[in-house]
Design a protein around this ligand. Sequence first.
Ligand SMILES: Cc1ncc(COP(=O)(O)O)c(C=O)c1O
Ligand SMILES: N[C@@H](CCCC[NH3+])C(=O)O
Length: 421
Amino acid sequence: MTVLTGVDDARLFDGVDLHTLASRVQTPLYAYSSSVIRQRTTALQDAFAGLDLRICYAVKANSNLAILQLVAQQGVGADIVSVGELHRSLRAGIPAERIVFSGVGKTAEEIRAALSAGIWRFNVESADELLLLQEVAREEGVCARAAVRVNPDVDAQTHAKISTGKAENKFGVSIDEARTWFVRASRMSHVQLDGLHAHIGSQILNLEPFRHALRRVEDFRQELEAAGHPIHSVDIGGGLGVRYRAGHDRPIAIEDYAALVRETFAAFKGTLVVEPGRWLVAEAGVLVTRVIRVKPGADREFLIVDAAMNDLLRPALYDAWHDIVPLRPRRESACYDVVGPVCETGDTFARGRDMPRCEAGDLLMIGGTGAYGASMASTYNSRPLAAEVLLDDGRYAVVRRRQTLAEMMLGEQLPQDWHEA
Ligand SMILES: Cc1ncc(COP(=O)(O)O)c(C=O)c1O
Ligand SMILES: N[C@@H](CCCC[NH3+])C(=O)O
């Protein structure tokens, strides 16, 4: 099956002319295609048809309320990692009973908020958190449903900074430790520990790490059931990679991933959960930016654009590749370092990139930026957050207007009341 991607047509994106859009909404701006997100969600649902499967979208990938509403309309739930994501999800209409809560640093306040909202389950990542969950649930007079996040000690073969399933990573607990929890939890009055969870990393382009990790989880599940601990849900996390570089990256076909899951969990009768983030939204987004000027350097030319690392951090943080396509490409080509205006050498979207020659005022789109783009943005260098626009078959709606300077400084104040401490 062909999945839609964002960068196949340099001008029309979900039927919207990006030139027209950029003349109406100030650049830099993020544009998201509703059609791509809907199509990806349906593709995932189709691939798993017939299974008892819940899709819990990883809110961190793109937490704009409009994106959350869009996935909610397709019956998708949420994987959250903070009370902020809980509030966003509920506000966008994701029912609490479709929300799972992951993360190594949940506080008592966050657990309380999630319990009172009535979320479906907690993916617990340490023994200390398990005890805290029992304590807070007891105070609240409710029973918390929980899964243990196991760390299967598998190399996801992805960037070291986004690998989460090796023993040295902070996430989850070893299977040996998890085994002891089931004995302990059977004596807990306010926690029902009946699930397993694993998430081994992100932007995974090879099925083998999934094969190993899922096998370990399923073997463990069978062992637990044999020992008298029923397991009602197995959450296999997210991590499916996408195509950032046309003609280069080869993402796992969704059908192959689904076939692996079916085969591995053929004996499991409970609910499976997946937590895709990037796969649903990355290729549904582009960052539209305007060339400010072309600057000759000692041994290269710099294409200075109006987006920067504060808008899109991935290249600076992970040396990530994103395709960069001029909206009206010229015939001659050139080689550029594509950089933003921020005062850091790391504020570089591409180094030595061969692309059509550009001039000041040209518009470019940076592809694959629907995930971990706006959601990781900051106001570094006092640059207001970029606008976000949702597209749908020739129409557009601004779903986050560009931050004003006043909004950027909101909450700050000059010292008036000094307190002794
Ligand atoms: C627990 C958990 N689930 C799901 C995801 C989503 O990952 P991805 O965007 O790679 O699908 C993440 C982020 O890596 C995560 O930490
Ligand atoms: N933020 C990362 C991925 C980490 C996913 C969250 N665990 C990225 O931009 O690729």
